[in-house]
Design a protein around this ligand. Structure first.
Ligand code: HEC
Ligand code: HEC
Length: 401
C-alpha cells in the first residue's frame, strides 16, 4: 500500500453540492426550512437556533480536511470524516473499506495490540512509519463505512430498552445479546450500539475513536498516538505534536471531537419514501418471514435535554443486538462481540448505502439477504422460498426505508 497523502488530499473535493447555502443561517430566528421535503444530510426538524448553530459548527469540523501540519497521522486511514462518510450527502456512508487483522491463539481472538492491531492504518506521513499487516496475522477482514443519519436518535435510546428486548424470547432460534462496553466519554459501562460490532455506546466516544484511529488525531479521550505496528521508537521520530492534538476551546469548552459529535447527534434520520401497494405487501412479508425479529421496525428514545431527541420513535429497523451470524461473522473479536457476532445492521436509508454487509461483499440488497447465516438462517431460507413476485415486493419495501 502506498503513502498517497497527496493523492488523498487531491481526492477530497465535496462529492455533492454544498447544501449549507440552503440551511437557515445559524442566527436566524425561524427554525423553518425553505424546502418542506426533508433530504439526506438535513438537521433534525424543529431545532432551536443554538442547536442549529451547533449543527453548522459540527458540519464544518466533520468536513474539515486535516493535514500533517495540523496533526494528521503519523499513521492514518483518511483525511476527513467526510472522505468516508459523504454518500449520498454529508454524514452518509461510502464504499471505502478499512482493514482489521488479528490471529487465533488457543481458540481465542488475539487483536495483536502490541503489533498495532486490530485496525490497520493504511497511510503514513512518511514511508518510514508505514504500517503493514503482520506476517503472523491469521485473520484479515474488511469493514465498510456506515451512514450516520439519525444517530442522535439511536444514542438517545435507553440502555434498558435494548436490554429488555434482548431478554425477550424470540422465534426461529434467534437469540441476540446486548453488548456491554466501556464508554470512554462517561467512564461507565454502557450498552454498545454503534459500529458493526456494537463496539461504542456514545457518539462522543466514537468521534474520539475515529479522530485517533482514522486520522491520527489525539484528544482528551484518546490521548495516546498509534505507533506503526506498535513501534514507539519509530513513532517518536515522526510525531511532531504534543498530545492531545485536539485542543478544547476555553470559550466554547469544545474540541473537534465535541463538534463532530454535535453534528452527528443533530443529523436527521434518512427521509422515508411514500409506501406503494407493492411495498405494503412487502412490509407484511418482512414481518411474516421473520426479518422483523432482528430488524425491529421501531424503538423509542427516552427523555433527552434536546427536545428533538426526546421521547421520539426511531424507525431504524434494528434491535441493536449482537447475533451469532455463523459464516457471515468477520472473524474479529472486538469490545463485547465475539468472532461470529455482528450487530443487526439498521435498514433505514438502505436505498442509498450500497454495497451491503460489513465488508461490502453484496452489491444488491437481494445478495445481502442471501448472505445471512447463523441465527438468521431460518429467515434467510424463508426469503429464498418466496415467489419471485413476493421477493420483489419485499425489496420494494426495503427501498422505501
Ligand atoms: C477511513 C475511513 C473513515 C474515516 C476517515 C472515518 N470513518 Fe467513521 N466509519 C468508518 C468505518 C469503516 C465504519 C464502520 C466501523 C466499524 O464498525 O468497525 C465507521 C463507522 C462510524 C460510526 C458508527 C456508525 C454506526 O452506524 O454505528 C461513527 C459514529 C463514525 N464512523 C464517525 C466518524 C467520525 C466522526 C469521523 C471523523 C472524525 C469518521 N467516522 C471518520 C470509516 C471511516
Ligand atoms: C438473527 C438476526 C437477523 C435476522 C433474522 C435478519 N437479519 Fe438482516 N442483518 C442482521 C445482521 C447481524 C446484519 C449485519 C450482517 C453483516 O454485515 O455482517 C444484517 C444485515 C442485513 C442487510 C444489509 C444491511 C447493510 O447495511 O449492509 C439487509 C438488507 C438485511 N439484513 C435484510 C434482512 C431481511 C430482508 C431479513 C429477513 C429475510 C433479515 N435481514 C433477517 C441480522 C438479521
Amino acid at each position: 500500500m502506498s503513502v498517497g497523502i497527496a493523492g488523498l488530499l487531491a481526492d477530497v473535493p465535496p462529492r455533492q453540492p454544498d447544501r449549507r447555502a440552503e440551511r437557515p443561517h445559524p442566527g436566524a430566528v425561524a427554525p423553518v426550512r425553505p424546502s418542506p421535503r426533508p433530504s439526506f444530510g438535513d438537521p433534525l426538524p424543529c431545532l432551536t437556533s443554538a442547536q442549529q448553530a451547533a449543527f453548522a459548527a459540527g458540519l464544518e469540523e466533520f468536513t474539515h480536511v486535516e493535514t500533517p501540519a495540523g496533526g494528521l497521522g503519523p499513521i492514518f486511514n483518511n483525511v476527513s470524516c467526510l472522505a468516508c462518510h459523504g454518500t449520498p450527502a454529508v454524514g452518509g456512508s461510502s464504499d471505502l473499506l478499512v482493514t482489521r487483522f488479528g490471529r487465533m491463539v488457543d481458540g481465542r481472538f488475539d487483536p495483536m495490540d502490541p503489533q498495532g492491531g486490530s485496525l490497520l492504518q493504511q497511510f503514513a506521513i512518511d514511508p518510514a512509519v508505514q504500517e503493514v499487516v503482520p506476517h503472523d496475522a491469521t485473520v484479515v477482514a474488511h469493514r465498510q463505512s456506515t451512514p450516520l443519519f439519525g444517530l442522535g436518535l439511536v444514542e438517545a435510546i435507553p440502555d434498558s430498552a435494548i436490554v429488555q428486548y434482548a431478554r425477550r424470547a424470540k422465534p426461529d432460534n434467534v437469540r441476540g445479546r446486548a453488548a456491554v462496553v466501556d464508554d470512554v466519554a462517561s467512564g461507565q459501562k454502557r450498552i454498545g450500539r454503534f459500529g458493526w460490532k456494537a463496539q461504542q455506546a456514545t457518539l462522543l466516544s466514537f468521534a474520539g475513536d475515529a479522530y485517533l484511529n482514522e486520522m491520527g488525531i489525539t484528544s482528551r479521550l484518546f490521548p495516546v498516538e498509534n505507533a506503526p505496528n506498535g513501534d514507539t521508537a519509530r513513532l517518536a521520530r515522526f510525531d511532531a505534536f504534543l498530545d492531545p492534538e485536539d485542543e478544547v476551546d476555553p470559550v466554547t469548552e469544545k474540541g473537534d471531537i465535541d463538534h463532530a459529535a454535535d453534528f452527528m447527534r443533530l443529523l436527521a434520520p434518512p427521509p422515508r419514501l411514500a409506501a406503494t401497494p407493492s411495498s405494503r405487501q412487502g412490509e407484511a412479508l418482512f414481518g411474516q418471514i421473520g426479518c422483523a425479529v432482528c430488524h425491529v421496525p421501531v424503538m423509542r428514545t427516552g427523555p433527552n435535554p434536546v427536545a428533538a431527541l426526546s421521547d421520539k420513535p426511531v424507525e431504524l429497523y434494528s434491535d441493536l443486538l449482537l447475533h451469532d451470524m455463523g459464516r457471515l461473522g468477520d472473524g474479529i473479536g472486538q469490545a463485547d462481540a465475539g468472532i461470529r457476532d455482528m450487530k443487526t445492521a439498521p435498514l433505514w436509508g438502505l436505498r442509498a448505502s450500497a454495497p451491503y454487509l460489513h465488508d461490502g461483499r453484496a452489491e444488491t440488497v437481494d445478495e445481502a439477504v442471501r448472505g445471512h447465516d447463523g441465527e438468521a438462517a431460518v429467515a434467510r431460507d424463508r426469503y429464498q422460498r418466496l415467489l419471485p413476485s413476493q421477493r420483489r415486493q419485499l425489496l420494494d419495501f426495503l427501498d422505501t426505508l
